[in-house]
Design a protein around this ligand. Structure first.
Ligand code: SAH
Length: 212
């Protein structure tokens, strides 16, 4: 089957949805232009992959809206010396974006089947600085802590204690907090051992689930 060229749709996504809403960091815009978002979306929905909305990826989960991925990425101020922990691998799109902007990505997915599927995709596409595991994000990933950045892409009702512990001094965490219908993103910065919390956008992520 002939591959469809989505370059134009991708450029429109970057120009209108991301740049047009105030994300101006050049490296970030470039990475959104480079990464083929459609490969992270099920084949039958690929024609919608550059639209201004989240999309279903199977397993009752979603890939986030492009702008939200960009907004959370920019809030972390990533750079090539930093290591990032992601909670909620999902499609792997956010992990792929971060992998081009950071030194190393560690990402945890609670759904084993989705985790396996994404692992395969990321391996095939050659993102070599992404480490994935199936597990419970509430526990973080202690062996590789502390992390310079933590990004949570599912919503707990309060900041998980283990994640605060695994955040490095001067580190930044971006996390949606709240119930299913009413969440807000918070930026947490650890400064002299204290957590400074800043309220940001209102959002709607899938809940961060507890494993029984
Ligand atoms: N970052 C993803 C979007 C994730 S959707 C992307 O770029 O596509 C949220 C994901 O969080 C889902 O895949 C869900 O299974 C996962 N999740 C929910 N609770 C979790 C938990 N406690 N630990 C790890 N992952 C969790």
């Amino acid at each position: 089957m002939k591959e469809i060229d989505y370059t134009l749709q991708r450029k429109e996504m970057v120009d209108w949805q991301i740049k047009g809403r105030g994300i101006h960091t050049t490296d970030i815009l470039e990475v959104f232009m480079q990464i083929p978002r459609h490969i992270f979306v099920p084949e039958e929905l690929r024609y919608q992959s550059y639209e201004d909305c989240p999309l279903p990826i199977g397993f009752d989960q979603t890939i986030s809206q492009p702008y939200i991925v960009a907004y959370m990425t920019e809030a972390l101020k990533p750079d090539k010396n930093k290591r990032v922990l992601e909670i909620g691998t999902g499609s792997g799109y956010q992990a792929a974006i971060l992998s081009c902007l950071c030194k190393e990505v560690f990402s945890i997915e609670i759904n084993a089947s989705l985790g396996e599927q994404t692992k395969k995709l990321l391996k095939e596409t050659g993102y070599s600085n992404i480490n994935l595991k199936t597990g419970d994000g509430y526990k973080g990933w202690k062996e590789f802590a502390p992390f310079d950045m933590i990004i949570v892409t599912c919503a707990p009702s309060a900041v998980p204690e283990a994640l605060l512990e695994q955040l490095a001094e001067r580190g930044k965490m971006i996390i949606p907090i709240g119930s299913s219908y009413n969440q807000r993103l918070y930026l947490i910065e650890k400064i002299n051992g204290q957590n400074k919390q800043t309220a940001m956008l209102h959002v709607r992520f899938v809940p961060m689930i507890h494993k029984n």
